[in-house]
Design a binder for this molecule. Sequence first.
Ligand code: HEC
Length: 431
Amino acid sequence: MFLRTMQGASAQKITWNQHIAPIIHTNCTPCHKKADAAPFELVTYEDVAKRAAFIKQVTQSRYMPPWKADTHYASFANERRLTDEEIRMIAEWADTKMPKGKDVAKQEPVRYQEGTHYSRQPDTILQMSRPFHLKADNKERFIVYKIPFELPADMNVEAIEFVSSNRKVIHHANYEIDAVPDLDIYAGQEYINLTEEDRGKYLQYVPFRQRMIYYGGWIPGATCESYPKNIGWVMPKRGVILLTLHYAPVGKEEDNISGIQLFFTKTPVKREIRAVSFGSGGVGEKDIDPFFYIPADAVKTFRLKVTVPEDQSIMYVWPHMHYIGKKFKAFGVTPVGDTVKMVSVTDWDFKWQEVYWYPKLLKLPKGTVIHIEAIYDNTAANPANPSSPPRLIYSSGDMKSTDEMLTLVMLYLNYEKGDETIPLKNENILK
Ligand code: HEC
């Protein structure tokens, strides 16, 4: 008796109900739930207890939850990271036979909307016109869909969300919204399979890309994008969405329809969000140094410098490379010589690319030089190399998934005094 009391006093027992469930439900369940990206559910005590040893391992190695950016370099609003204490608690729970513990008081009911993470139903859904059929061939696919749209008028956007009928087959998605006032938006192919087709086929979409209005991304577990008060963008009346989906390999036949849903507001947008793409296929492509090609068996570093033309407030950055990318870093050097750390990914993985939202608007003063540095490993020692033996890899503005890219997409506004204090988290986004 005496001994037991002593033990009880020296260490608190770690239980499912009290400690582990909240950690799992916040950090794992967004992806590990029914019909979502991960291969199994982590919702109930049983789901988690039977995998406790494995979960201890993947959390200690920080393989899960996936987060590829260096958290010491820069922090982000959408960061997924367990604290050292949370990792220790999971390990201890796994080592002490996973006690369930007493039920805790009922938690507040979760706010929930059918079919969306936003606090209300969407005003419009723009999606692929027909389902895409995936063969059971265990092959990755990289496909860009053209979704033409015509609305009654230009609309003020307060939130946007990626939607899919079959999330578990999608590794990541990116979409670009282009205003196209006068071309035939219905002409040409509905989609282009960048894994298989001639590289030239993508060129038919290039004329639609004259006026990029917005750029968004989704990876498993991500919710929707919405903006602080008075900030937003205007959905043009007419244009195309170019939606790129990276499909995971599947062992049985699957269908998918994806698109985006939009939430409009009558309140005019006072401060308009703009998107810019630097590097391959975008601003400064010709200035990538050295010239962008990667010979077989080489590890090569490329750099790009671009100057910020006016005071800007940055909302997010999206670093992009393909399979053989290894490291990606971006930082600004201001006219007075200060460094603004923007993002560093030291362990690039094509599967886990991410739109990195800053916790608050990030100021880049006029004249700041943004430095982008990327390293590629085109040797046979790189397990992610799609070619065996390695072959010469280049990029020419059209894209094929086995080509490479060096791109940084940035969402920004013209700077206004006080922007540094505006947070980018939004309470209208539900879990
Ligand atoms: C952003 C989505 C996401 C989040 C958040 C996430 N997972 Fe995963 N998890 C996945 C996907 C997708 C896979 C399967 C692909 C893979 O293993 O790379 C996976 C695989 C796993 C595996 C199997 C690994 C293997 O080697 O087969 C374990 C165990 C796991 N997750 C545990 C967790 C735990 C525990 C958490 C929370 C601490 C978590 N995951 C959070 C998406 C996620």
